[in-house]
Design a protein around this ligand. Sequence first.
Ligand code: C5P
Length: 419
Amino acid sequence: MARVVLGVAGGIAAYKACSLLRLLTENGHDVTVVPTAAALRFVGAPTWEALSGHPVSTQVWDDVAEVPHVRLGQAADLVVVAPATADLLARAAAGLADDLLSSTLLTARCPVVMAPAMHTEMWGHAATRANVATLAARGVTIVPPASGRLTGADSGPGRLPEPEDLYAVCERLLAGDRREAEDRREAGPLAGRSVVVTAGGTREPLDPVRFLGNRSSGKQGFALAAVAAARGADVLLISANTSLPAPPGVTVVPGDTALEMRDGVLSAGKAADVVVMAAAVADFRPREYATEKIKKTYGDGADGGRGAEAAPTIELVRNPDILAELVAARGDDASPVVVGFAAETGDAHGTVLEHGRAKLERKGCDLLVVNEVGAGKAFGQDTNTVTILRQGSSHTVEAGPASKEAIAAAVWDAVQDIL
Ligand code: C5P
């Protein structure tokens, strides 16, 4: 069973998409139909809902709490747009996100099929040709229109291919994707390994609206998870306050505060072969959590009388050091391999690397990935520069400046050396 999004744009051939929907559901797939507003002028929402068993929506303002414009694309194994009108092709090629279907196309990381259908003149226009070429270059599978009778008396290329033919293309892509993923998993250097990666920055709540946080974007952790999955590992990504799409084949669970992240890491880490702690975990959290918002007028009035100068003092307590706990909990087999990250700045007491070596010693992990932060370095950027230190060895590996994927590859190479 695959999760399929069936996009339907506003053309007369929308009625044929009902048969494609039928074929997909009858063959066991879970299909969510995402029509454009114009498509509903041809075939109404009740038809799509009855045939798919799911509610339909054309815009991003319904069911907002579920964030459907992101979730649908992220969760899909296949997106097929049939018919794809000239307008839909233009919006998709331009990367517009002005309705639920165009937004879903931007968030989908699975195979995408588009079956253009329109009048011959529109299909032959240079603008449509250029849009189709752009989409094809980005990896979209374009099923060209058939020739034959069009809406009126005229005929020519522009007809939507028969639903059976479109269904066959969908199945081929679904099967190919499954096979490719299986091949990759079986052959990869981390095949059969279970890994836990943490990403993002924890937020330590102060009151219902405020928190203490940090600048970590989660990009390096997500890149580490993506590379591990591509090398065949079973990957659990514990993510703190990120808004990045789940990499293919990676299970993402939240761990938004240091204590939540600790629970996730310690329970999943026991059975893992490798734990990579890329998250920026807050060292401290507020001692008290105020269940009501702390008011700006704090200290005014009866008890205080300190007027506009008044401000609360926030008392902090230490968070547990998850990495150190994980290392301490290991048995004689020294499993899992534990990788720490150290975001450092040099200071009067030592260079970035000297601080890194001392931290590796103190934390007892197997590898420490050290990067220099501050002044536009590392946080939120797409590139990174790191030095990888190994416990009990003076040998270091320098990586970057390079993409966070390339840095991730260097980290996994070092982990594979230990495994
Ligand atoms: O000591 P420092 O915070 O610089 O160490 C960073 C490393 O330790 C990172 O791998 C981070 O994920 C981990 N860490 C942790 N628990 C904390 C603080 C940091 O596991 N409370």
